[in-house]
Design a protein around this ligand. Sequence first.
Ligand code: NI
Length: 253
Amino acid sequence: MGYTDSHCHLLKEFYDNVKSVINDAKSCGVDRFLVNADNYASSLEVLDLVDKYDECYGTIGLHPEYAQENFDFKIFYDNRNNKKIIAVGEIGLDYHYEGYSKEKQIEIFKKQLKIAEEFKMPVIIHSREATQDTLDILKEYKVKGLIHSFSGSYEVACEYIKMGFIIGINGVITFKNCKLKEVIKKIPLDKILLETDSPFLTPDPYRGKKNSPVHIIDIAKFVSDLYGVTLDELKMVTNKNFDTLFLENNGSF
Ligand code: NI
């Protein structure tokens, strides 16, 4: 078995030819993709994609950046029995940009957490400059999932893990002067997942180019060195983590 890219956006908005991106990654040994939606249109696209490609799993959901957009939440109920839709995402809080409505972000975040809880579905969490609110809100719901692109302290990572979350590691870890290395090293291997966040966050030495799931391998090399384990071991453990979190014992999915 190959590697799994636990978080990517293989959408038309970013790639002229999604099929060739998938095939290139497969030929390099990356053969499972969790494709994340971020609004209503991309949720529909993900539904189409998972139908077309065996290798693709998907999420549907409304990202905080699109909090003001119209989103018909019926889409969750209509696709409740779709076995290829394995999480609610990408959802969360992003206080980075000016002009956002904090209240609206919190409202749609809670609404989707409630659906995830009801469906017993994992969630994909995006949290930027909003750690305390994210932790506080997550504590109100019985949900587990992936903390996508984790960038906090070891203490924060432990809080998430205690709640049943897995820590997502991507190309950011390969950046020079990235302080995250010391934090990640201390997190048990069975609590991490590898992700690219393609087309964003391209790892070194490819920074500046568009990211693709192929680069899971560069991230894996870096992380296996960091932990002092072989690439095979890292691949095996992270695949198992993915299966446990997303594919086993998940409610109606
Ligand atoms: Ni993302």
